[in-house]
Write a protein that binds this ligand. Structure first.
Ligand code: GDP
Ligand code: MG
Length: 715
């Protein structure tokens, strides 16, 4: 038997070109996820046995360029450069040929063999775009395959092409040479020769590429090739001479000339191979865009769309909420009837079912919010929103690209923090990550729903909306402040493109929604379950055995009387006993300890403890309120009961305090998972900064809201 030939390939392409779809099509289930060396960027590796070949496939991060400005670009480039794949599959969105080929130009410069995969062929056909595939293949000196990634069409022929290229690759390079104008071309070839002779550059991939990068003033490459003075003295001299010469004879920066050269080359290719009637869909998109991205009308429309989503989240979510609440109570009753009473029963009924129950009840709201976000993403409106916000973002000192992570932050900060990797400058990343937690994540929604629902009735939707807006406003102010103090930086220009509007398909909306809901459910099963049990235990031990008065005897005596005043006294006595029990437990003591800190904000000790538990996960704030108010025994429906208790004149709070509490929950340190994500992305120094910064911000603003409210006579 012939031994299997091993081939290593990498998938490169723009974000959303369908790389992952192609990757899945190629590898099926044979894939695993790891990290690229030294960084936390996810690396998917898959394997495919095809005929006599064992093909290892790596899905590189999606990038538009390989200039190594951003982490994703650097990872993709280092992989191609250092891990030396046999060939690259360049996945291209056929509907965006021009934009996609810019990356291809850089693959040509690197001198790597590649297959062009014209993906999304169906969309190109539908849009009436015609591409002369043979011509394209000729011009790029690379084989071209058409695929439809999401339906796994063309995968077989992609595999065949990969193998054909691999087997035939000993032929000399057929790639064309990208030209940057005659003067620069001469300099590039001079420098290339020098790199070729340079002793320190033996291991490098392609001398011409290194030469181009040196002219582009690429920090990374300079560090690698010029840091060793001895071996690179001549190269350094040559480079400086060339740059001096350029400076003397032209006014243009070589980096710009090179970039323009690539664009010019791409434009030439596109003109030769593609005909592009303006499709109806694009025309439709353009006229819709005239309204939706209008420089004035666009903003109110955006606000209205957001407002509608929040309204739907609150009002539509109410019905399933009631059902779930009833279901949880039935479960609790069933459990108390089945399990013999004792500590274990208490733990199951109050701790586990009570804790999880008070969080799962918000699942409908969260599903609706995620549905809204999925619809925005899939229809193409999200890109418009980003476009619209670009100007605003710049105005407040943030990069336009920060908007997408910010928007994702409304779902969950953790993936949003990871999404900042597309930002080029480290300062932009740090700033965006610091401000992200101010975008109110969906875990905080349960707290708002509970408090706004209990205190503001029909206006609950508006009150919640105001909290979200407050987060955004605070973020804007903080951006200004940080930008002017510890995070000064220059702007990096960028292009934002607008994909055509698409009718969201039910399947993809459901998948997107489910992906996020799944994370929520997993969190509930893990973090929140454990937190509920711990909280329950902290509120259960130590158990008080001796009371200040003999409640049982007094209650028994009153019970005999069987009159209304007697029943009232019994209720009072029971309350007093619960209070004594609670004060004696760990949580009660904790509550006493933090009282001085939260009292100026109007919070009672239950709220203070609930906030501490919120470090684990913000949803836990609500479940711990349930546990702290000891609703287990008296509850028929937990949620209704909890909102009643909160409004209770004796044990509850005022609307002003409720609002102040929401403000605090919005602003204070995010959950432990996102704190860890921050640490992973930008290091522990910034993590601590973020924690302290948010705590201080929350306390101060809540203080202003509460005390200010009191001053103007609110209650
Ligand atoms: P990546 O960002 O490059 O990894 O892109 P994905 O594989 O995640 O694909 C982005 C979106 O395009 C997904 O919704 C895919 O289902 C869709 N998609 C991928 N390939 C095609 C294709 O050939 N045709 C169409 N119409 N959609 C595609
Ligand atoms: Mg992908």
């Amino acid at each position: 038997m012939k031994p299997r030939t091993e081939i290593k390939i990498a998938l490169a392409g723009n974000p959303n070109s369908g790389k992952t779809s192609i990757f899945n099509g190629l590898t099926g289930a044979h894939q695993k996820v790891a990290n690229f060396p030294g960084v936390t960027v996810e690396k998917r590796i898959g394997h495919k046995n095809y005929k006599d070949y064992g093909i290892t496939i790596v899905d590189l991060p999606g990038t538009y360029s390989l200039t190594a400005y951003s982490l994703d670009e650097k990872v993709a480039r280092d992989f191609i450069c250092q891990e030396d794949p046999d060939l690259v599959v360049n996945v291209i969105d056929s509907g965006n040929l021009e934009r996609s080929l810019y990356l291809t130009m850089q693959l040509i410069e690197m001198g790597i063999d590649f297959v062009i995969d014209l993906n999304m062929w169906d969309e190109a056909v539908e849009a009436g775009i015609e591409i002369d595939v043979d011509r394209l293949s000729q011009l790029l000196g690379a084989p071209v395959v058409k695929t439809i990634g999401n339906r796994a069409q063309g995968i077989e022929s992609l595999l065949e092409t990969i193998i054909a290229l691999y087997e035939g690759r000993k032929d000399e390079h057929r790639h064309p040479m990208v030209s940057y104008g005659s003067q620069l071309d001469d300099i590039v070839s001079d420098l290339t020769r020098e790199v070729h002779h340079c002793k320190g550059c033996r291991h490098c991939a392609n001398p011409r590429w290194v030469a181009i990068k040196l002219l582009e003033d690429d920090r990374d490459i300079k560090r690698r090739f010029l840091s060793n003075r001895e071996v690179s003295a001549e190269l350094t001299k040559k480079l400086n001479d060339s740059l001096d010469h350029l400076k003397a004879t032209t006014t243009e920066d070589p980096e710009i000339v090179i970039t323009e050269g690539r664009y010019g080359y791409v434009a030439g290719i596109v003109r030769k191979v593609m005909s592009h009637p303006k499709s109806d869909r694009m025309k439709m998109s353009t006229s819709v865009d005239n309204v939706l991205t209008h420089r004035i009308i666009g903003y109110p429309v955006f606000l209205i769309i957001m407002w509608l989503i929040f309204q739907a989240t609150f009002s539509l979510g109410q019905y399933p909420m009631e059902w779930i609440d009833a279901g949880v109570s039935i479960l609790q009753q069933w459990a108390s009837a089945t399990i013999s009473s004792g500590m274990f029963a208490d733990m199951v009924i109050d701790g586990i079912i009570g804790g999880i129950g008070s969080v799962i009840i918000f699942l409908p709201n969260i599903v609706i919010l995620f549905l809204g976000i999925a619809l925005l993403e899939d229809s193409g409106y999200m890109a418009r929103a980003a476009f619209l916000m670009d100007r605003l973002m710049r105005y407040i000192g943030l990069h336009g690209k920060s908007f997408i992570p910010m928007l994702m932050g409304f779902g969950c900060s953790v993936p949003a923090i990871m999404a900042t990797r597309t930002l080029e400058s480290p300062r932009d990343r740090i700033l965006t990550i610091l401000l992200l937690p101010l975008m109110s994540c969906s875990a905080r929604l349960p707290v708002y729903i509970l408090f706004a629902g209990a205190f503001f009735g029909a206006h609950a939707g508006n009150v919640i909306f105001s909290i979200y807006i407050l987060g955004v406003v605070v973020a804007i102010i903080m951006a200004q402040l940080l930008r002017r103090t510890i995070l000064r930086a220059d702007d990096i220009p960028f292009v934002m493109e607008l994909p055509p509007y698409r009718m969201p398909t039910a399947k993809s909306v459901v998948i997107h929604m489910w992906d996020r809901t799944k994370i929520y459910l997993q969190k509930m099963g893990g973090v929140i379950l454990v937190a509920s049990i711990i909280l329950w235990a902290l509120g259960y031990f130590p158990q008080k055995k001796e009371f200040s008065q003999d409640y049982d005897a007094q209650i028994a005596a009153l019970a005999v009387q069987d009159t209304e005043p007697a029943a009232d006294s019994i209720a009072v006595l029971e309350q007093a006993r619960i209070a004594e029990v609670m004060e004696y437990t760990v949580i009660g003591r904790l509550g006493q300890a933090i009282k001085p800190v939260v009292e100026p904000l109007g919070f009672n000790w239950q709220m203070g403890v609930a906030l501490i538990s919120g470090f684990i996960a913000k949803e836990v704030v609500v479940s711990s309120m349930g546990v702290l108010y000891q609703l287990g025994e008296e509850a028929e429906d937990n949620f209704g009961q909890l909102s009643k208790v909160l409004r209770d004149p004796e044990r509850g709070v005022s609307p002003l305090v409720a609002y102040a509490f929401m403000v605090f929950v919005l602003l204070y340190t995010p959950c432990i998972v996102s704190v860890l994500a921050i640490k992973r992305e930008i290091g522990s120094r910034w993590m601590w900064f973020s924690v302290v910064f948010q705590m201080a911000l929350a306390w101060c603003l809540t203080f202003i809201v509460y005390q200010g409210g009191l001053l103007i006579g609110l209650k």
